[in-house]
Structures are given as C-alpha cells and as structure tokens.
Design a protein. Structure first.
Length: 80
C-alpha cells in the first residue's frame, strides 16, 4: 500500500497526519511526520505503516506492509 498526498503547505513547517476511516466506523489516527523531526505513530500500527516526506515537492507518502482486508478504509492526510 502506497498513498501519496501533495499538500499546499510546507512539510517542514507543519506536521502531516495520516488518518483512516473504515466503512461504518470512526476515524483512526495512524501517525504524523514533519520534515526534520522523527515521525510518530499509533503504537499498534507502527510496524505496519511508515510516513515519508519530500520537502522539495511538499509531498507526504504513507507506506503500508502486510496489508489485510481489515485495513480497507478511506485514508486521509491532514495538516496537524
């Protein structure tokens, strides 16, 4: 799973969070990252997801491994 989000702000100035929402369920915070800082993750998801940033294009990328059917959701990126 790879999802890319190009944002209109500087990823060096703000955190970018990734959040997901399975159908019929609530929002779940995955993690957040700001360029120049270490990313932070929800403890239960830190081995499944990683967040990377590209400061030159102000792009945030969410990578997931060992994706399962229960990971099906709408995924959002948001300034934090």
């Amino acid at each position: 799973l790879t999802i890319t989000c190009q944002v209109s702000y500087s990823v060096s100035s703000y955190y970018t969070s990734w959040i997901r929402q399975p159908a019929g369920k609530g929002l779940e915070w995955i993690g957040a990252h700001r360029a120049g800082y270490s990313p932070v993750y929800k403890a239960s998801l830190q081995n499944k997801f990683s967040i990377s940033l590209d400061s030159s294009s102000n792009t945030a990328t969410l990578n997931g491994v060992n994706v399962q059917p229960e990971d099906t959701a709408v995924y959002y990126c948001a300034r934090y």
